[in-house]
Design a protein around this ligand. Structure first.
Ligand code: PLP
Length: 217
């Protein structure tokens, strides 16, 4: 298994309108450097502490994406540098990101996470919560609303996964009609990114297919 080969094979298979976030959570710096040395600059992490320490250790031209569940009290640590926050799923979190963005004199690009899976454990907004937030978007002058993110059910039922992605795409299209800053629909991981792209994804978050299986022990 060779990380840079995995990355290049994947990149060559992607349509040009799809952006790849290389999900490097739990992986050591040398694995990230292997990807960096191929020229790729977009990385995703799901834990604030790990994101900050990798940002400190690696080249400053990397675009760091926060893809995991974000706690309000940790926003301040990533606000100075984060390129895109994928998992925004509450008004309270949005308010905190807006506040920390202002403190850092920047606007922070965010994706609103929508609950599309059958499992009750996955985070995310309902469509009515989404509508409410977007109708109050002026409340958050330091946030750039870039689009939506979702995670499909963890199931081998491909029909179900496709339907969940299609649901999110329809929601995205409806919202984007009134949101001139929308340009990103983040859906698809190692196991389902092809289905996601077929349903209109513009950004995929892929970890194990590039870096190999994660070892949490
Ligand atoms: C870990 C993770 C991914 C990548 O998962 P793989 O199956 O390894 O590609 C994508 N999105 C989120 C939110 C994750 O936490």
């Amino acid at each position: 298994m060779n990380i840079s080969d995995n990355l290049n094979t994947l990149l060559q298979s992607l349509p040009s309108h799809v952006t790849l976030v290389a999900v490097s959570k739990t992986k050591p710096l040398e694995d990230l450097k292997a990807v960096y040395n191929t020229g790729h600059r977009i990385f995703g992490e799901n834990k604030v502490q790990e994101l900050v320490s990798k940002w400190e250790a690696l080249s400053k031209d990397i675009q760091w994406h926060m893809i995991g569940h974000l706690q309000r009290n940790k926003v301040k640590y990533i606000a100075p540098f984060v390129h895109l926050i994928h998992g925004v799923d509450s008004e309270r979190l949005l308010k905190e990101i807006d506040k920390q963005a202002a403190k850092n004199n920047r606007k922070i690009p965010c994706l609103l996470q929508i609950h599309i899976a059958q499992e009750s454990t996955k985070f995310g907004l309902s469509d009515s919560e989404l509508e409410k937030i977007l109708s109050e978007k002026e409340t958050y002058p330091n946030i750039v609303f870039k689009g939506l993110m979702g995670m499909a059910s963890f199931t081998s039922n491909l029909q179900q996964v496709s339907e969940e992605f299609a649901f999110l795409k329809a929601l995205y299209d409806r919202a984007a009609a009134n949101m001139e800053t929308f340009d990103t629909l983040s859906m698809g991981m190692s196991g389902d990114y092809e289905l996601a792209i077929a349903q209109g994804s513009t950004m995929i978050r892929v970890g194990s297919k590039i870096f190999g299986e994660r070892n949490y022990s």
